[in-house]
Design a protein around this ligand. Structure first.
Ligand code: UDP
Ligand code: MG
Length: 145
């Protein structure tokens, strides 16, 4: 099934100019770029995005980090997109992620691991909605070939 998923380029990866490499790896691996924007999250927005991790030991530090600089949100489309994207992104800890994955290429630490990717179809839908409005994604359908 053709699905959508969300990639978020984390602050250090954006700051160190890794956006191009990340988009390139997505495109080389058959992910179509449906939506793309760069913004700076406030702590409140970062809390909303990562609410499932509230209460965890790393939560406050993660919120501080995610709101410390510019991020990029990228909506991608592919067959079996959510699972395929998680594979391309690699393990949470970049030192444990395989060669050829985005986190191996641009990740630095468990926190600054380059990118976020949605973990299931339902969360992908919510996370895409978090960043993109209908009209930002709608026209893409007609350009698909
Ligand atoms: N994280 C962290 N410390 C941890 C676990 C996670 O800083 O011990 C951060 C890390 O940046 C990760 C994010 O919290 O990407 C969300 O964690 P999750 O377990 O959902 O990992 P992911 O789905 O991103 O691989
Ligand atoms: Mg996760």
């Amino acid at each position: 099934m053709v699905e959508l998923s969300l990639v978020m380029v984390k602050p250090h990866a954006f700051d160190t100019k890794k956006l191009g490499i990340i988009v390139s790896m997505l495109e080389q691996n058959g992910f179509k770029i449906v939506g793309l924007k760069s913004i700076k999250l406030t702590t409140e927005l970062a809390r909303r995005f990562y609410f499932v991790h509230e209460g965890k030991e790393f939560f406050e530090r993660l919120i501080k980090y995610m709101s410390s600089g510019t991020i990029a949100a990228i909506c991608v489309q592919k067959e079996n997109c959510v699972v395929e994207l998680r594979k391309l992104v690699g393990a949470t800890d970049p030192t444990k992620s395989e060669v050829g994955t985005i986190r191996k290429a641009v990740g630095e630490t468990v926190e600054a691991n380059g990118v976020h990717s949605s973990d299931c179809i339902e969360n992908a839908r919510k996370e895409i909605r978090f960043f993109f409005s209908d009209i930002e994604l709608y026209s893409y359908q007609y350009l698909d070939y």
